[in-house]
Ligand binder design. Sequence first.
Ligand code: ATP
Ligand code: MG
Length: 207
Amino acid sequence: MIFFEKSTCFFMAILTLTGFKGGVGKTTSAICIACLLGSDTLLIDSDPNRSATLWARKGKLPFRVCDEKEAPKLLSRNQYKNIIIDTPARPAQDEIESLAKGCDLMILPTSPEPLAIAALAQIASSLPVGTQYRALLTMCPPSPQKDGREALDALQKQGLPVFERLIRRYKVYIKASDLGLPVASVPGSSVAWSDWKELYKELKEYV
Ligand SMILES: Nc1ncnc2c1ncn2[C@@H]1O[C@H](COP(=O)(O)OP(=O)(O)OP(=O)(O)O)[C@@H](O)[C@H]1O
Ligand SMILES: [Mg+2]
């Protein structure tokens, strides 16, 4: 995993997506947020599984994806305004501390299931004091199911910082990664993509 010292860089925002639990939408969220931020965004894929790199393999995403070995050279050109870092699940404690030091906002995606929420609470409590972070509820069953809303209420009651917008569960995400496309380019994605457009309003404070 690669770590950046914020003070040596010239970009506007570094957002890191991480979490203890696997399969909760870290990579999907990293790709969707990068799509929102546009072409002057660099997504650094620091997961050895290279899921974001695979998603980008067809060259159809509107931003660059690189691994941590290529990142220093690309960053030295100072052409990127926003950096997004996608990490593997369950970073070690020393990695969490370095990731926290090197970003402006840590985004902790979680599904609304109790086990995922428990993993979220664990990583939140392991962050260094003063870390700017927000949980992001992903893969929430669409209405009338209330799992997402109930998880949001529970997190807010615990005083955990969390994006108010829920990202709902739809099939277009699997299609988008399979076809190497932005979610918004998959036919029938407008409802799913509307979640990200709403989320962007909350994210704007950081980018
Ligand atoms: N909102 C969503 N609706 C439906 N499926 C989703 C959604 N978000 C992610 N998925 C699917 O869930 C699976 C896991 O998502 P993703 O790879 O983003 O999770 P991850 O946390 O990065 O996993 P890992 O820990 O393995 O890196 C993928 O098949 C993805 O397409
Ligand atoms: Mg991933």
